[in-house]
Design a protein around this ligand. Structure first.
Ligand code: LMR
Length: 392
């Protein structure tokens, strides 16, 4: 019977990790999967997280079950960072822990399906796993063009998509550090988006997987806060994988905004129920470490400083790449300086991407997405020269 299950291709993005590892060239460059890297190419554990883990080791006296909602101390400790002052809005907002941002997205999409909607409007391109999760749930993606060729968000396309939607439709928005383009909405765009969603009665799902990697913790949540202030209902999918460097520990949360505390509790009970049938309860360790960081002023300060250093390094790499604009033929690198987060898209053909990998040992996603944190002052020149060679 199981012969019916045929060989599936590996996830294209995650497969890059293994391809890169198998490459024996000493000067290879990994611009693939989205992990932060230091100037020496490492992805270290945050010092604040290490300190919290040491406290956990010392003080944790049980690993007994917590329930499908996970560590609610963690869920609540994050809320002021995401929603700002008055984070619970009188009980209208509450959440539950999820296994990474992916777990939160899976829950959000499944909740929408359970509530009766089978399609989600989303910009194209988007993180490939968005559409994979949707298709696994038997749901449809309705896409609109996310960005213009000048490196700004295509608000006309978004307006048209919202205009064509019906009340009760759902839209997925990237809160900041758009994956894969790095092209975020401006403050003015967010004002308009918030008003449009409220007016057209569209339910937003906001994917906030990179808070703090763009302009700052508050700055990166500013758009989300405008939407949350304008609409009666929203779902927010949060990840601590990047901003706490907890990737493989799978630390995320789903937040629900509804018209009142009673509704929010009822909606979340559906989330608990879905969690129980999927993973029963989320992994505890990383979330417990985040809770400890956020409950200790010194560790919080240390974490925010580490995050600021990451941000500054990515900004520097972006500026250096943009400054090489005149060396890479028709490829437009200048807009990269004003884009946000780990990712940007380079206009490269499949053949050029393959040549970069085979001839130069430079690994990037098949879409032309690069992780700017994979660049360092040591490999920048090699990368720019290779771009010039393939583009010329
Ligand atoms: C990425 O887009 O590279 C990250 O979000 C990692 C992942 O799970 O795909």
């Amino acid at each position: 019977m199981l012969d019916a299950l045929t060989q599936q291709p590996a996830d294209a993005l995650l497969a890059l990790i293994k391809l890169y590892d198998a490459d024996s060239r000493a000067d290879k460059v990994d611009l693939g999967v989205g992990v932060f890297r230091t100037e020496s190419g490492a992805t270290p554990v945050f010092a604040a997280v290490k300190a919290a883990e040491a406290q956990l080791l010392e003080a944790q006296d049980s690993k007994a079950y917590l329930g499908p909602e996970g560590d609610m101390g963690f869920v609540h400790a994050l809320m002021p960072y995401i929603f700002g002052a008055d984070p619970a809005k009188g009980g209208r907002i509450d959440g539950m822990q999820a296994p990474g941002g992916t777990g939160a997205l899976r829950l959000a999409f499944a909740l929408v399906k359970r509530a009766g909607s089978n399609r989600i409007i989303m910009g194209d391109p988007t993180w490939p796993n968005h559409t994979q999760i949707l298709s696994d749930l038997g749901m449809e993606a309705v896409s609109y063009k996310h960005a213009r060729s000048d490196g700004t968000a295509d608000m006309d396309a978004l307006r048209a998509a919202i205009g064509a939607a019906s009340a009760g439709d759902v839209i997925l928005l990237h809160g900041c550090c758009h994956n894969p383009t790095g092209i975020d909405y401006t403050a003015q765009d967010w004002d308009e988006i918030a008003a449009l969603l409220a007016d057209r009665k569209i339910l937003p799902i906001i994917d906030l997987a990179y808070q703090g990697l763009g302009q700052g913790m508050d700055e990166d949540a500013a758009g989300l806060r405008k939407v949350v202030d304008a609409v009666p209902e929203a779902l927010i999918c949060y990840s601590c994988d990047k901003n706490f460097g907890l990737y493989r520990d799978r630390v995320g949360a789903l937040y629900v905004l509804s018209r009142d505390a009673e509704r929010t509790t009822a909606i979340l009970s559906n989330g608990h129920n879905l969690a129980r049938t999927n993973w029963s309860q989320p992994p505890d360790h990383g979330a417990a470490a985040v809770r400890l960081v956020l409950r200790d002023e010194t560790l919080t300060r240390q974490w925010l400083d580490e995050l600021a250093d990451m941000r500054a390094r990515m900004r520097l790499m972006r500026e250096q790449l943009a400054a090489a604009d005149n060396r890479v033929g028709g490829m437009d690198l200048a807009p990269l300086a004003s884009q946000n987060g780990l990712f940007s898209i380079l206009t490269l053909s499949k053949e050029q991407i393959l040549t970069l990998r085979q001839d130069h040992g430079i690994y990037m996603a098949g879409s032309g997405r690069i992780n700017v944190a994979g660049l360092t002052s040591a490999n920048m020149e090699k990368f720019v020269s290779a771009l010039a060679a393939v583009a010329g």
